[in-house]
Design a protein around this ligand. Structure first.
Ligand SMILES: Nc1ncnc2c1ncn2[C@@H]1O[C@H](COP(=O)(O)OP(=O)(O)OP(=O)(O)O)[C@@H](O)[C@H]1O
Ligand SMILES: O=P(O)(O)OC[C@H]1O[C@H](OP(=O)(O)OP(=O)(O)O)[C@H](O)[C@@H]1O
Ligand SMILES: O=C(O)c1cccnc1
Ligand SMILES: [Mg+2]
Length: 498
């Protein structure tokens, strides 16, 4: 395998779970392939025990769907697959069907960078059952990871209180694509730049960095190393001061800073990567100020995350720039967002939508049926609640009642006279045609900041946040309850109609 050349071979159609293909075959075989269905992608719980999630990855989803096609190589590989009986698994007629399959779904999705809450749809796919099914794994793969990292980045940036956060994660990221997608999502979530040069090239993200301990160690003395670096980059020197002795390193940085200044140049700052970051940053600030470098930046790194940054802020550390790698790009304390993709309705032969439900012992896991969408209510520019409702439902113009899907005793009446509203699912594809103008990555990043500004600070608290209200419109709640009771009867062998 030559990863530089052979990794994707121009097609991602097989980047899926095997069972999607066996189901696709069986749908085809039983004549159900083109029956229309609706699936929703949503998650049940915020990551990091937080109070908000940032939706990310739609740009990748759009590209995936636009290029949703099985290549000749993909089909040749599928043709070699054998069943337990030694016979080919997929008939040639099916492979022919896949070859001619054209993406034709409607996709509605929340825009990238939107603040989202549990149980509300992030992506809704409506179209031929076989296509909806084949999209499950790639859509989850893309949205789960990028939303997770964008959320982690947003938390880290909230902790940094507006100071720059430089993303340094590539060396510890989850492989090649994980590293690229993480840099993209980290930037969307609020980071200032990435150290990942390929992400810079591919996504147009600002690239920045300092230098490593190896640079210092390659010289006889730290002074020589600083001088040589200042010589190479007189306008952008940040000196790593902790290779041997941090206080001495700061003294050396000041000496080289003075030398630069005598040539009309200014050092940018120093970086501290070990030890007590509060103590050493305060020592450094005092020394730099005293030496006439009050504007020199103090960059800190070393296994930082939102909790350590919050703690360092609490200790009044003199850090101005935060370098964050491992714990950001690996989402260290929660390695996956538990997004799921569930069938919620299917069209019968008469063209009627039949809402579908999946039972679970945990009521938290019972899905939301029907062709539904989500609306956000705002009061004075602040988001106050999200309502999931059936698209075909006429809403009470006076007041909509929303009911918590996990606790029907929690209810909230929304009086439209006091609220502005926005439907969060936007049309992206109509019958396979892209009808959405993709924003730039900078616009998505700005959107995250606007969105965070639109929710109350109690939901942004990093520890024990206040729960944002989301609910089912009462008719949808009623439908869900009826379907649950009916399904339970069927499950028990009773006649559902009695
Ligand atoms: N003042 C502080 N308050 C809270 N956490 C801190 C403080 N200073 C440093 N830390 C964190 O404590 C941890 C120290 O880790 P560790 O002991 O591995 O580093 P170190 O020994 O200082 O550095 P290295 O091993 O790289 O030489 C890091 O996660 C760092 O971010
Ligand atoms: O700590 P992170 O958040 O991942 O940030 C990136 C780290 O990568 C670099 O060193 P590396 O960890 O490779 O070596 P070191 O621990 O010996 O400094 C850098 O000096 C940071 O410590
Ligand atoms: O530029 C840096 O300082 C950097 C880059 C990657 C990892 N750690 C630090
Ligand atoms: Mg380290």
């Amino acid at each position: 395998m030559k990863i530089t050349k052979d990794l994707y071979q121009g097609s991602l159609a097989l980047l899926t779970d095997f069972y999607q293909l066996t189901m696709a075959y069986a749908y085809w075989k039983s004549g159900k392939a083109e029956q229309e269905a609706v699936f929703n992608l949503f998650f049940r719980k915020h990551p990091f025990q937080g109070g908000f999630t940032i939706a990310a990855g739609l740009d990748y989803v759009v590209d995936y769907c636009k290029n949703f096609k099985f290549s000749q190589e993909d089909l040749s590989y599928l043709a070699t697959m054998k069943g337990k009986d030694g016979k080919v698994l997929f008939e040639t007629g099916f492979l022919e069907y896949l070859k001619n399959m054209k993406f034709s779904c409607d996709i509605d999705a929340v825009e990238e960078g939107t603040v989202v809450f549990p149980n509300t749809p992030l992506v809704r796919v409506k179209g031929p059952l076989i296509q909806c099914q084949l999209l499950e794994t790639p859509l989850l793969n893309i949205i789960n990871f990028q939303s997770l990292i964008a959320t982690k980045a947003a938390r880290i940036n909230l902790a940094a209180q507006g100071e720059p956060v430089l993303e340094f994660g590539l060396r510890r990221a989850q492989g090649i694509d994980g590293g690229l997608a993480a840099s993209r999502a980290a930037y969307i979530g609020g980071c200032t730049s990435t150290s990942n040069v390929m992400a810079g090239k591919l996504f147009g993200i600002p690239v920045s960095g300092t230098h490593a301990h190896s640079w210092i160690m390659s010289f006889e003395t730290e002074m020589e190393a600083f001088e040589a670096y200042a010589d190479a980059f007189p306008d952008q020197s940040i000196f790593l001061v902790d290779t041997y002795d941090t206080v001495n390193g700061i003294k050396n940085a000041i000496k080289v800073g003075n030398a630069l200044r005598s040539n009309g140049k200014e050092m940018v700052g120093i970086r501290i990567d070990s030890g007590d970051l509060a103590y050493f940053s305060n020592v450094a600030r005092e020394m730099l100020d005293e030496a006439g470098f009050p504007d020199a930046k103090i960059v800190a790194s070393n296994d930082l995350d939102e909790n350590i940054i919050t703690s360092l802020k609490g200790q009044e550390a003199s850090i101005n720039v935060w370098g964050v790698g491992t714990k950001l790009v690996t989402a260290f304390d929660q390695p996956a967002l538990g997004g799921v993709y569930k069938l919620s309705a299917i069209r019968d032969e008469e063209g009627r939508w039949i809402p579908k439900i999946k039972l679970s012992q945990q009521s938290l896991k019972i899905n939301i049926p029907g062709v539904h969408t989500v609306k956000r209510f705002f009061s004075k520019g602040k988001a106050v609640a999200d309502m999931i409702y059936l698209e075909s439902q006429e809403l009470n113009p006076q007041a909509a009642l929303i009911i918590d899907p996990n606790d029907p005793t929690r209810r909230k009446r929304m009086m439209p006279a006091f609220y502005q509203e926005e439907i969060l699912l936007k049309p992206i594809f109509a019958k396979g045609k892209l009808i959405y103008t993709l924003p730039t990555i900078a616009q998505i990043r700005d959107r995250v900041q606007d969105q965070l500004g639109s929710i109350d600070k109690t939901h942004k608290r990093l520890v024990n946040p206040h729960l944002y209200p989301i609910g089912l419109e009462e008719n949808l709640h009623q439908l869900r309850m009826e379907l649950v009771l009916k399904a339970k009867q069927v499950d028990n062998g009773n006649d559902a109609e009695q």
